[in-house]
Design a binder for this molecule. Structure first.
Ligand code: ATP
Length: 351
């Protein structure tokens, strides 16, 4: 049961295999061009791979070599995109009932089911409205109801909250959280919160390949790639463990308070931006790592300012400073600074 998937598409340098347990929700993450949409397209039936096979709940979803490539509407796969894509000429109830009606379900039954789905997404009061009379958040909730109305065995979501205002996204996220529970789901997102709240497992794609996978909480607690570490808001320095921390091939040594990784083994030093202090002159005192870096970007983050820097040894390291210190230190993009990383705030993981 669940999903087993494997496909290659040379034109997009895509080669991914993954397994998903019954009713498991997978969040697919990765930088632009990583292959996330390609993965959804192959599952949905809109992008045909050169080779590949997938099974869903023990039945073949597609099998290229055996010539089985069912059309999208024959796959029992539901798709929810960033844009709700409701039929403008139908009211909300008819939009939600459309799939089942097209599949031959009698009107009364389809309408009753549609009303129940609308209640689930907290949109029962909207049944007689036209899509043009809905807000973005309302339209997306209706689209969620429509996606599940056909009782898909697999639900695909392509950045379902990305187009929504930050004020309405929480309600839609809450609705999705209840709707997705117990459904086999593949969710493409760029958002840490979506991944944390809406998935059981995470798969990270880079350059058309799977580079990291595991239970969601675990992946963000122990990120193995710079991409997930950045998403989790953490710094990650990859290198080799030694008795006092992690050393990179370029010569950066990040001292750590706790060890646990055998010296010589590949390791990641992970630390939060608030473990990094910024100085204009070389600071003294230990135990901490001091390195030279150049300021890249400054952006507000909560009450603080995130300072992205590029270390002289090539690593991207983010610091968190107060707005007052941005002025006191005269920080600006291109400014050369010293960073001090507090060893007790650095954790080392095997990779
Ligand atoms: N229609 C297409 N024809 C040919 N190549 C494509 C097509 N769509 C995407 N690609 C290429 O396939 C690769 C994977 O793209 P894909 O859109 O799957 O990435 P993504 O992870 O969804 O990116 P994003 O986060 O920007 O949406 C990229 O190199 C992209 O340029």
């Amino acid at each position: 049961m669940g999903l087993s998937f494997s496909a290659r598409l040379a034109a997009r340098d895509f080669d991914v295999s993954l397994e998903l347990g019954d009713h498991e929700r997978l969040a697919v993450l990765g930088p632009n061009g990583a292959g996330k949409s390609t993965l959804l397209g192959i599952l949905a039936g809109t992008v045909r791979p050169d080779s590949g096979r997938a099974e869903l709940d023990g039945e073949v979803l597609f099998d290229v070599r055996a010539g089985r490539w069912p059309a999208p509407h024959r796959r029992r796969v539901g798709l929810l995109a960033q844009d709700p894509l409701l039929f403008p000429h139908l009211d909300v109830l008819a939009n939600v009932a459309f799939g089942p009606r097209a599949a031959g379900v009698p009107r009364r039954t389809a309408d009753a089911a549609a009303r129940a789905h609308l209640a689930t997404v907290e949109a029962d009061g909207l049944a007689t409205r036209r899509p043009a009379q809905l807000s973005g958040g309302q339209a997306q909730r209706v689209a969620i109801a429509r996606a599940v109305a056909t009782d898909p065995r697999l639900l695909l979501l392509d950045e379902p909250l990305a187009a929504l205002d930050v004020t309405v996204a929480p309600l839609v996220r809450r609705v999705l959280r209840s709707v997705l529970t117990g459904r086999t789901t593949v969710l493409v997102t760029h958002d840490l919160l979506d991944a944390l709240l809406l998935s059981d497992r995470v798969a990270v794609l880079e350059g058309g390949h799977l580079v990291e996978t595991g239970p969601t909480a675990e992946v963000f607690r122990h990120p193995q790639t710079a991409f997930t570490a950045r998403l989790a808001g953490l710094n990650l320095v990859l290198g080799v463990a030694d008795a006092t921390g992690v050393s990179t091939p370029a010569g950066l040594h990040v001292g750590a308070g706790t060890g646990g990784v055998a010296p010589g083994a590949p390791a990641a030093a992970v630390f939060a931006p608030n473990a990094v202090s910024v100085f204009v002159d070389a600071p003294h005192g230990s135990p901490r790592t001091v390195l030279r870096a150049r300021v890249g970007e400054l952006e507000p983050s909560g009450d603080d300012v995130r300072v992205t820097t590029l270390a002289a040894t090539g690593e991207s390291i983010t610091a968190s400073v107060t707005p007052a210190s941005v002025g006191e230190l005269d920080l600006y993009p291109g400014r050369d600074v010293f960073l001090a990383i507090k060893a007790t705030a650095v954790t080392v993981y095997p990779v």
